[in-house]
Design a binder for this molecule. Structure first.
Ligand code: CAA
Length: 284
């Protein structure tokens, strides 16, 4: 059984852990706080239970997946892993620290991937003794449902490492594309301007969130509207990601609008806080 370590147990990290456990991996989910890990385990159990209730999965499969995931607050437990994916907060210094610790901990053959969506891989790798071993393995939210993984390569990454990353993503049933180490990679370079424009339309009073989302779903065939999606992903995530891309590129399409900054300041972060472009407090 292949051994996976996931560093960071938020929605991306626990989604990656869940998907890997369902695909036969032995998983250790690492985080700094027990409370965060308890939340992650709960969220994985809820997601699996829904699939069992819908008849999409047998109870035994759910039990097997849960048993394959161990939670730990001790990074040293990741020493024997074949693959480690980092999915911590989008702060370059924190990611650099994680990889320099991991480099000293794991064997030379362990695949080291980052799930960053908005930071420069080259910058993360610049803090490593061997920057040729870091590759981007970028999943999408919700990880168990989204088929795509972007394999992001720096100019330095070894070809064999990128090939291993592709094989790892495929072993989870995902389809990969290659993306350059440039702001937004491929998917976010496409989708952020769309989502930010939806927010600008609300800000300018051009249309309501409901009408914008209905337009995207029924007029463009999107599975979710941009503002519903925004609430699912988290307004803070988009604010920090687009701010970081905008600082680097000064591309006006990536500039976070005032409404986004204000809502984040007010703690309206989407589903997770109970309020975003929609109100979830009744349904919580
Ligand atoms: N966890 C696990 N599985 C989930 C899930 C979750 N949170 N949400 C949905 N699924 C699974 C369901 O179990 C279901 O699986 P089965 O077909 O095996 O039953 C499947 O996904 C479809 O779900 P539903 O039938 O419940 O609902 P749906 O058809 O409305 O699809 C959706 C839900 C997959 C989320 C769909 O609305 C969708 O694709 N939305 C767009 C999501 C998107 O754009 N994601 C990208 C976000 S941006 C990003 O991630 C970039 C970044 O860098 C942060």
């Amino acid at each position: 059984m292949k051994k996976l370590g996931v560093v960071g147990s938020g929605s991306m990290g626990n989604g990656i852990g869940q998907t890997a456990a369902l695909n036969g991996y032995d998983v250790i989910l690492y985080d700094v706080a027990e409370a965060q890990l308890a939340k992650a385990r709960q969220s994985i159990a809820t997601s699996l239970r829904k699939r069992v209730e819908k008849g999409r999965m047998a109870q035994e499969e759910m039990d097997r997946a849960l048993a394959a995931i161990r939670c730990s607050v001790d990074l040293a437990e990741l020493a024997d892993r074949d693959v480690i994916v980092e999915a911590v907060v989008e702060k370059v210094e924190i990611k650099q620290k994680v990889f320099s610790q991991l480099e000293d901990l794991v064997g030379a053959d362990c695949l080291l991937g980052t799930n960053t969506s908005s930071l420069s891989l080259a910058e993360i790798a610049s803090g490593m003794k061997d920057p040729t071993r870091l590759v981007g393995i970028h999943f999408f939210n919700p990880v168990p449902a989204m088929k795509l993984v972007e394999i992001v390569r720096t100019a330095l990454v070894r070809r064999s490492v990128a090939e291993q990353a592709k094989a790892f993503a495929e072993s989870l049933g995902k389809v990969t594309i290659q993306a350059p180490d440039s702001p937004g990679f491929v998917v976010n370079y496409l989708q952020y301007p769309f989502r930010l424009n939806a927010m600008r339309m609300v800000e300018k009073g051009i249309a309501t969130p409901e009408d914008i989302d209905t337009a995207a779903k029924l007029g463009l065939g999107h599975p979710m509207g941009p503002l519903e999606l925004q609430d699912m992903v988290g307004l803070d995530v988009t604010y920090y990601a687009t701010s970081s891309i905008y600082e680097k590129t000064h591309d006006p399409a990536m500039e976070p609008p005032e409404i986004l900054r204000r809502m984040v300041e007010e703690g309206k972060l989407g589903r997770k806080s109970g309020q975003g472009f929609y109100d979830y407090r009744e349904k919580k």
